[in-house]
Design a protein around this ligand. Sequence first.
Ligand code: R1P
Ligand code: URA
Length: 292
Amino acid sequence: MILDSELILNADGSIFHLHLRPGQVADTVILVGDPKRVDVIESLFSDIEFKIANREYVSMTGKFKDKRITVVSTGVGIGNIDIVMNELDALVNIDFETREIKSKKRKLEFIRIGTSGSLQKHIPVNSYVISEKSVGFDNLLYFYEKGAEVVNEEFRRLLRILVGGHSIFLNPYVVDASENLLAQLKSAETFTGITITAPGFYVPQGRELRLSKKLDGINNKLSLFEYHGYQITNYEMESSALYGLSKMLGHDAIAICLIIANRLNKKANKNYRKNVKELITYVLHKITADES
Ligand SMILES: O=P(O)(O)O[C@H]1O[C@H](CO)[C@@H](O)[C@H]1O
Ligand SMILES: O=c1cc[nH]c(=O)[nH]1
């Protein structure tokens, strides 16, 4: 039995941060960073069942074509992904009455729609990039007993050599996207590659305002790295944790991002909201291609 202090439920029976109750989560879950992106998706949905907001977490379930989909905003960073993934999994795989783990598990599909910075000159601003693999420059996965089991060990060792010797990069981890979701989203309109999930937006991604980075030329080094034909394509701040937690919990996950800055060409799109809506529409059509 999972105690009150570990699985905290609110007075109305909803889970601590998300304020959702069992039964409200669809098999397909879209995760977005910006809570306002939930409103954009709402405008494209029919049959909205509910919309609930607490802190940066805005959640909604509705339908696109005939497919029931839940949307949750995660805010920024891997700490939020740890909360959102554990709570969404608990909502479907723990009995809130008995506080026992269910014997029959539900498998969810997670699709993150985000924004990102490109690390390749040939991937310009406004491109769509799917993270075929995601590299965590945070340490989250190593807190979990099963963390090492879902990491691509050969790739991890190579990356450690690339960034190694620098205590700030403790131990990068590498996790693959769901092959099934990759096949659904990939097209001539998308790039695929390796995404670096950074534990910050500024110096951890090589951006210097008043504080300088410890490592010179890290972005160039990353952009030149290759592993079995894969290149490091982009930076964002959530996908490694999403992939790692999904694998450990038995769910499928993928991240697709709009490039809003090219770090090598020094270009940025500040008015990217229209392009994010187009990416959302792209994803919704791809994941409902079989629906009537
Ligand atoms: O557009 P979202 O989904 O928030 O994603 C990216 O944008 C935020 C930083 O501006 C980080 O969360 C990063 O991962
Ligand atoms: O450069 C960027 C752009 C969006 N999000 C990031 O994390 N980095």
